[in-house]
Design a protein around this ligand. Structure first.
Ligand code: ATP
Ligand code: MG
Length: 256
């Protein structure tokens, strides 16, 4: 049993009377590739928004490496080591891949242009280190040859990889991935799955994955939590989840 990295306990949040999350609890161990699945509107993105500090749950607790996150601002949570990608691609189209990655890294290090001018010597060194780091991340994700290209015209599947690269430039301990293969074709999906597995095992990044592509989820995750109408209806290994009657009735019957 690995040590707990993220402990979610009894999380509840409603929107205008709709319980988006209803007493959800689970623990993600260090090194896990942990999937959260469930039908549309089950509360998966809401859960991510609670963890990253965008929504404030009405009750419950979210502990990261033993520290309570509830009430912390999103940038503090990011600095604590939690990065995320969004369900819809969210990149600046005019920026090059390199600029996009450098921006993520700078935001993380919090040395803005003014700080850079004041501490020029140190910044120049930081700049070189940042450039080395983003180049390394881009190469690992097969984006090395695209570093000078603007993001906007790149195919959707490639933009999703840029988003992943951007979150990795923050050197997270935990990565929240909201539908990383949505809109991808079969080949892109297989490549992304292999990349995620590699980032998990080689870089040791713990992952929380929301995804509707069931063969992808069952192929790469080691634990699966199933939400339905904001409630946890199952938590088990992928092999047991696909046989779980409640899960088949609520979701898999239609998704498989
Ligand atoms: N900001 C909001 N304001 C009002 N209702 C919201 C808000 N965010 C989420 N909801 C509602 O909360 C419920 C859960 O939504 P959520 O986006 O978390 O679902 P999801 O599991 O991510 O679904 P999908 O698979 O379609 O992405 C839904 O009923 C949704 O309409
Ligand atoms: Mg969602």
């Amino acid at each position: 049993m690995s040590t707990a990295l993220l402990e979610i306990e009894d999380l509840t949040l409603s929107f205008a009377g709709v319980r988006a999350l209803d007493g959800v609890s689970f623990t993600v161990g260090e090194g896990d590739l942990f999937a959260v699945i469930g039908p549309n509107g089950a509360g998966k993105s809401t859960l991510f928004n609670c963890i990253s500090g965008i929504y404030r749950p009405e009750s419950g607790s979210i502990k990261f490496a033993g520290r309570e996150l509830l009430g912390s601002a999103p940038h503090r949570i990011a600095q604590a080591g939690i990065a995320r990608t969004f369900q819809n691609v969210d990149v600046f189209p005019a920026m090059t891949v390199r600029e996009c990655l450098l921006l993520a890294r700078h935001r993380h290090l919090r040395s803005g242009p003014l700080a850079a001018m004041i501490r020029w010597g140190r910044s120049a060194r930081e700049e070189r280190a940042a450039l080395r780091h983003v180049t390394e991340v881009a190469e690992r994700l097969g984006l090395g040859h695209l570093l000078g290209r603007p993001v906007g015209p790149l195919p959707h599947g490639v933009q999703k990889r840029v988003e992943l690269a951007r979150s990795l430039c923050m050197e997270p301990r935990l990565l929240l991935l909201d539908e990383p293969v949505a809109g991808m074709n079969h080949e892109e999906t297989a490549e992304m799955a292999a990349t995620l597995r590699e980032v998990n095992s080689d870089l040791g990044v713990t992952m929380l994955l929301v995804e509707h592509d069931m063969s992808m989820v069952m192929g790469i995750s080691n634990r699966v939590c199933v939400l339905d109408f904001g409630r946890r209806i199952a938590l088990d290994s992928p092999a047991n989840i696909v046989r779980d009657e409640a899960v088949i009735n609520a979701y898999l019957g239609g998704a498989l």
